[in-house]
Design a protein around this ligand. Structure first.
Ligand code: ZN
Ligand code: ZN
Length: 1003
């Protein structure tokens, strides 16, 4: 099918057909081009494809250009691995130009592979013209946003405490942090008060290395602190933490006084590692009501403003130096004293040792906590103070929050979640100290620090490409003082790249046509990723949110709900699924999942979808085999339609309505389920039973054939966005010769024919199906197979809805259930017996249970049955025993009947089976089939035949052998033989559950 689409350029044809239609700009959230795609990425792409296909079938001119995210650390890390290097110095040695070249080659090699994977999933996008973030045109467009931020006074440089990966030697954005379990030391430390003998503050930390940069202690102004005697010393800590801390060290303490947190302010203390650390500073207690809690620690919080975002805020507030003696490789600098040269986190052990030696360690333990790691290399991160570039989200926040309202959110809680994230988002740190990315277009004067921000490549002299290192050589003369201005060597956060996708992916001339994307859809993690970077960039550049409708989907996880990844070993490659069951099975399965819920991978469910497609395929096969006329069948007028025809056409209209509504409200899963239900349940499992019989009898001219043709064709139009391969496949192999167009995708959407809707009829059919199921249950109970015709089933019900359904559709129920008569009657005489569950009675009534039981025994079984079939939860006996439903059960029996329940009533199947009736029926069944074959061979009545029947079913075989003469006379056979035939015209048939091969030959 892929080859056919390619060869005949079907996708282009569909686009061409809609060229004049209303524009619909879908903006693709670009997947990262680092390797084979995750099945979740395929789910995401298929969802996009389904929506775009729906829009196309509704006449929209859909812009669907796939994108690829190609910059950033993930690719740098892969290339480092390829080159077997691991730090920045080695990159510099190799040459940044060579490194960047490698990165580009790496990203490029996967673009083709990934596109092929998507295409194999049936995704229709402009794969021969994707947008790629490393292209100069893309970089150029992204710079506009930086320039706009600068012009609006939102771009600034500053010292900030940021998460930092010492391996990758770069800062990370908050949304890039990956939290994982981490085991760390948990220590309590004494800080001696400067002005008092033998008095100490007790603090707690899980990052001992940050004590080197301790600059203050935080106390809560309104908490109560206690002074306690421990041995000869006096310790100060929060009252509510005293028991916990003393419990840890196994010592007792005597409280000698209480003091409010406020009173601790400005009390000076000494650093316990004085002499070893480099920093001298008058350290004291400061107050904070937001960062001190009583949940853990001692209620006194160690504050290192250079190593924590909260500490940083406190440092700024109280004018404390942001001290951070860590270099770009993550090691302590000379400033730090004796820790010089040690990697930050590795210094914790030495710090603990030194504290012990200084007698300042109160307690040492371990803690396992959630700690941020680098999302690429998994190294635990550290917070350090660095010089970075920011976009002042704080200045934009109100506008951003207001713009959130300027978009349609699906599901609504996506909006709530996003608002929360945006409300608390800090300034956006956009600079990264790496190589492969969009260069920061900022030049700074070496003399006066004046900034020049470039908003377009046209402002630069001609260079080979806009990447590093080429751009690093560009220098400007300062506009203010004439000195030389150098580029800030940083590159942009890779999220900034995709954040510009809405306009940077468009060629210049299309940017006016598409100021905003009509639709985007991504996973729920993107509330802090792409949804956010798009909003930020959009508001900076154009003052508005760059997307009009947003759909958020769940995660693709394993069967247990765990993230699927190669390292965990629960990863299922997309290829494996597609090779085994086909792309449509994957699509039908994945797209049936409620969009915003996580999609749990499950082989059985994929297999189930595959089987469903098989059933749908068989519908096409049936049409191919039994409809051979020159022209497509016209749908007959109402007078010729039977009830079941009107019902199926009503169901078709209902299904189109449901699918339309589902796509319009961005719930593809509702459409997937509705169309699947229609094809499988309504057509294949229900209507086909009746239709086959009619087509057998009346041939391909039967109205049933026309209804079937029409319904299947329209259902395929509805199925096409979900499962395009099978829809096209059935179209090509059967419908195309009648419908003429080159592809099913060149037809419009199947719009519901509202006149055909008959809700009452649909409801009656539902009831009729329920009743047929009940009769089937009764048959099973009485061991009476469906192919045995039975005389009568009585329907007993109080519901007028049920009664009128039976009245209108008794013929249908009779033929579905193979009954001579199905009728509403009075209930046959039954005997009801009640069984008491003594254990349950005993459990509730304890000592009174004998009395309760005998009260219950006195109630006639009919009355109990009546109560149980009603809505009352309890049955009150003798004014004191409230009998519950599970305390008693009833069993109903009627002589000569098998009883089954359905919603709203009961079916009484008369079990008496007349042997002759059955045998006669079987012979007639066979004879009818032989007649059809005679007709097919154009035999006239007087033509004699030789008849051979091969049948495995022992019972049927016995019957036929017993009635050979009757059979022979009904079909004008000279000979009737059993077993395999010597030759002639053969056909396979089914009668009920038995299959047989009939062979006829003209004598
Ligand atoms: Zn890293
Ligand atoms: Zn200057």
């Amino acid at each position: 099918m892929l080859a056919f689409w390619k060869k005949e350029k079907i996708y282009s044809q569909v686009k061409q057909a809609n060229a004049e239609g209303k524009p619909f700009y879908f903006c693709d959230g670009p997947p990262y081009a680092t390797g084979q795609i995750h099945p979740g990425t395929a789910w995401n792409k298929c969802m996009k494809d389904a929506v775009c296909r729906y829009k196309r079938s509704n006449g929209f001119s859909v812009r669907a250009q796939p994108g690829f995210d190609t910059h950033g650390l993930p690719i740098e890390v892969k290339v480092e691995q390829e080159l077997k290097i691991s730090d920045k110095r080695q990159i510099e040695k190799l040459g940044v130009d060579k490194f960047v070249e490698k990165c580009k080659a790496f990203a490029t090699q996967y673009i083709g592979i990934i596109s092929g994977q998507f295409e194999r999933c049936g995704v229709w996008m402009d794969f021969d013209n994707p947008y790629i973030t490393f292209k100069d045109s893309y970089i150029d467009a992204s710079w506009k946003t930086i320039k706009a931020a600068h012009d609006k006074g939102m771009l600034h440089e500053g010292v900030y405490v940021v998460p930092y990966c010492s391996r990758c030697e770069t800062t990370l954005a908050n949304y890039e942090l990956e939290y994982g379990e981490q085991s760390d030391p948990s220590i309590y430390v004494k800080f001696k008060l400067s002005e008092a003998e033998n008095e100490y503050f007790v603090i707690w930390t899980t990052t001992p290395w940050t004590l080197v940069s301790n600059m203050a202690i935080m106390a809560h102004p309104i908490y109560t602190y206690v002074k306690v005697k421990v041995g000869t010393e006096t310790w100060i800590l929060a009252k509510d933490r005293l028991d916990h801390v003393m419990g840890l060290i196994g010592q007792s303490a005597t409280v000698v006084g209480e003091i409010s947190g406020k009173k601790l302010e400005k009390i000076h203390y000494e650093h316990p590692l004085k002499g070893k650390i480099g920093k001298e500073h008058a350290r004291q207690v400061v107050l904070s009501d937001e960062y001190v809690t009583l949940e853990d620690g001692s209620g006194l919080v160690h504050c290192a403003p250079g190593h924590g975002p909260e500490d940083f805020i406190i440092g700024k507030r109280f004018g404390i130096e942001i001290y951070s003696p860590i270099d770009s490789t993550g090691k302590f600098t000379r400033d730090s004293g004796v820790y010089h040269g040690i990697l930050a986190r590795d210094a914790s052990a030495k710090v603990i040792e030194d504290l012990k030696a200084a007698g300042a360690l109160v307690h040492e333990g371990k803690v396992t906590h959630r700690y941020p790691h680098c999302w690429r290399c998994k190294t635990p991160l550290i917070f350090i103070a660095t010089n970075q570039w920011f976009i002042s989200i704080t200045k934009l926040k109100e506008q951003m929050l207001a713009q959130i309202e300027n978009c349609e959110w699906h599901p609504p809680f996506a909006k709530t979640r996003f608002r929360e994230f945006v409300s608390s988002a800090p300034d956006w740190c956009i600079s990264r100290q790496r190589y492969w990315g969009i260069p920061l277009p900022i030049w700074k004067c070496g003399a006066c620090s004046h900034l020049k921000v470039v908003g377009s490549a046209s402002e630069l002299p001609k260079i080979a490409e806009l990447h590093r290192p080429f751009i690093d050589h560009v220098k400007f003369k300062c506009e203010k003082c004439g000195a030389s201005a150098h580029r800030i060597p940083d590159i942009l956060d890779v999220w900034f790249d995709s954040g510009n996708a809405v306009w940077a992916s468009l060629p210049e001339e299309e940017r006016i046509k598409y100021p905003r994307a009509d639709f985007i859809v991504e996973g729920k993690d993107q509330t802090r990723g792409w949804f956010y970077s798009l909003l930020g960039s959009g508001v900076v550049l154009n003052g508005e949110i760059p997307y009009k409708t947003l759909l958020m989907h769940g995660f693709f996880v394993d069967e247990k709900g765990e993230k699927m990844s190669k390292s965990v070993g629960n990863f299922v490659p997309l290829e494996e699924v597609v090779d085994k069951y086909g792309a449509d099975a994957f699509r039908l399965w994945a797209l049936s999942n409620t969009v915003w819920d996580d999609l749990r991978f499950n082989w059985n469910e994929v297999k189930e979808s595959h089987r469903a497609l098989g059933t749908i395929y068989n519908l096409g096969l049936f049409l191919s085999r039994f409809y051979t006329a020159q022209h497509k069948p016209a749908l007959p007028g109402d007078a010729e339609l039977r009830t079941e025809d009107r019902w199926l056409l009503s169901r078709l209209a209902a299904t189109s309505e449901e699918c339309t509504e589902a796509f319009e409200t961005y719930k593809p899963h509702v459409a997937a389920k509705a169309v699947r239900q229609f094809l499988l349940e309504d057509i294949s499992r229900f209507y086909m039973k009746l239709a086959k019989q009619r087509i057998d009898e009346d041939g391909e001219g039967s109205p049933a054939m026309a209804v079937l043709y029409h319904s299947i064709f329209d259902a395929l139009l509805l199925l096409c966005p979900i499962a395009p391969f099978i829809s096209e496949g059935i179209y090509q192999s059967f419908f195309r010769k009648y419908e003429r167009k080159e592809s099913i995708s060149l037809f419009g959407w199947s719009v519901a024919d509202k006149k055909r809707r008959d809700a009452l009829l649909e409801r009656r059919f539902e009831i009729a199906r329920d009743i047929s199921t009940a009769i089937a249950n009764s048959r099973q109970k009485a061991n009476l197979p469906l192919r045995w015709p039975l005389e009568e089933a009585r329907i007993v019900s109080d519901s007028t809805e049920v009664l009128s359904a039976v009245e209108h559709l008794s013929g249908l129920i009779e033929s579905l259930s193979n009954m001579r008569a199905v009728k509403v009657t009075k209930q046959p005489k039954t005997e009801v017996s009640a069984t008491i569950n003594k254990a349950k009675v005993g459990a509730k009534f304890k000592r009174d249970s004998p009395a309760a039981q005998s009260a219950l025994e006195k109630v006639p079984a009919e009355e109990i049955a009546k109560w149980l079939s009603g809505d009352d939860k309890e049955l009150l006996l003798e004014g004191k025993f409230a009998i519950e439903r599970e305390m008693v059960s009833v069993d109903e029996k009627a002589d000569g009947y098998s009883i089954s329940q359905f919603e709203g009533g009961r079916a009484f199947l008369k079990t008496e089976m007349k042997k002759e009736l059955y045998e006669e029926a079987m012979v007639r069944e066979v004879a009818r089939r032989v007649q059809l074959m005679r007709k097919e061979k154009k035999l006239v009545e007087s033509d004699k035949i030789a008849l051979h029947i091969h049948v495995e079913d022992k019972e049927l075989s016995a019957i036929l052998k017993h009635h050979t003469t009757a059979l022979a006379s009904q079909v004008n056979a000279e000979v009737v033989g059993f077993g395999s035939a010597p030759g002639g015209f053969s056909k396979d048939w089914e009668i009920g559950e038995a299959s047989l091969k009939i062979t006829i030959e003209k004598k």
